[in-house]
Design a protein around this ligand. Structure first.
Ligand SMILES: [Zn+2]
Length: 352
């Protein structure tokens, strides 16, 4: 081949490559600009946690109106976080033992079963990367559903929920899930004890969900099952991680979607011995983990149009780690945050 031909061909290729590169850079720049405009359209700083904190600093702390039985509350967490339950993973022996224990507790408390033997079984396909194309692993879970019937408005329901499953064993180590979420489960049981002693106006459903850690599967099944019409649910109060915060800090998530619920929370947080902040609910970019609206069971209720409030602590170092043990929770803080949840539920029952 003559040299001139080869070199002019080489020039053409270089020119073509250069054009492609320029196009690529232009497309990337437009993409980045788009993402920047998208991200800038959110303004989560309006949640103003520092400002809320400052406003609450001068509050007069008073005992919250509803207090849990401290020993019972801690005993339930200690039990569920013990090795016997192996980390309570959905569709494991440990998970089934935890369900047995909780059915026993609901029965002992005199809560009525909403479904036979309190158990609502379900199954779902659990997908991992390896099974992405092949359809996943058939996984069986069981929600536990109890009811205390309302005296004045029996057809209007409040649903208090907490997931009882956790991660099981990973890397040969049990993940006890004391805070996540034995703490929410124990608080739910304390609420059941309170309303057995103080009959509510609304009907209250106590929903212990399975499969939360594997795609919020239990709550999804509950919402889709029609066991309770969504239109009759006035509020879902979801409890997930209430027992561990060195700052004695609890978030109440959901008032951005339902500002009217602040009327229930405001008077309680103005007297609570813990700091309760609104937040984690303003729309954020999809990659922002600070958006908690769909992070736990309440997300399914929200998608079904049910007003929700979620209570939970900020993530801590032992979140989803073997160190989430009973010994590591903060018992005094936990009793106060459980009291906050119980008082909030009582206020929701007393209100319209
Ligand atoms: Zn959780």
């Amino acid at each position: 081949m003559p040299n001139e031909v080869a070199s002019s061909r080489g020039q053409r290729w270089r020119a073509r490559l250069w054009r492609m590169l320029k196009r690529l850079v232009a497309v990337a720049a437009i993409g980045l600009l788009g993402l920047w405009i998208y991200a800038a359209s959110f303004a989560p700083e309006r949640e103003d946690w520092d400002g809320q904190r400052a406003a609450l600093a001068g509050r007069t702390v008073q005992p919250l109106p509803v207090q849990p039985d401290r020993e019972r509350l801690l005993a339930d967490v200690r039990e569920l976080a013990s090795d016997k339950y192996g980390g309570r993973r959905v569709d494991t022996e440990g998970g089934r033992l935890a369900a047995d224990y909780l059915v026993g507790r609901l029965r002992e408390l005199g809560v009525e079963p909403l479904v036979p033997d309190y158990r609502q079984p379900f199954s779902f396909q659990r997908r991992r990367i390896r099974q992405f194309w092949t359809g996943g692993i058939e996984t069986r879970g069981v929600n536990l559903l109890g009811l205390i019937r309302g005296g004045k408005r029996p057809d209007d329901h409040l649903v208090v929920s907490a997931h009882y499953d956790h991660l099981g064993e990973r890397g040969g180590r049990i993940h006890p899930g004391a805070d996540d979420n034995a703490s929410g489960v124990a608080t739910l049981l304390a609420a059941a004890a309170h309303f057995k002693a103080n009959p509510p106006a609304h009907s209250i459903v106590f929903a212990l969900f399975d499969g939360e850690e594997t795609g919020i599967a239990g709550a999804r099944h509950f919402v889709d099952s029609g066991v309770l019409p969504m239109t009759g649910i006035r509020l879902n109060l979801n409890l997930d991680m209430l027992s561990r915060s060195s700052d004695r800090l609890l978030f109440a998530t959901g008032t951005w979607q339902h500002p009217e619920l602040k009327a229930l929370v405001d008077p309680l947080r103005a007297q609570a011995p813990i700091v309760v902040l609104y937040g984690h609910d303003q729309p954020r970019p999809f990659w922002d983990a600070d958006d908690w609206v769909h992070a736990s069971d309440h997300g399914r209720f929200h998608e079904a149009g049910v007003p929700f409030l979620y209570l939970g602590v900020p993530d801590h170092d032992d979140y989803h780690r073997p160190g989430d043990t009973f010994a590591a929770i903060h018992p005094d803080f936990f009793v106060d945050s459980a009291a906050f949840a119980l008082s909030l539920l009582a206020a929701a029952d007393a209100g319209g």
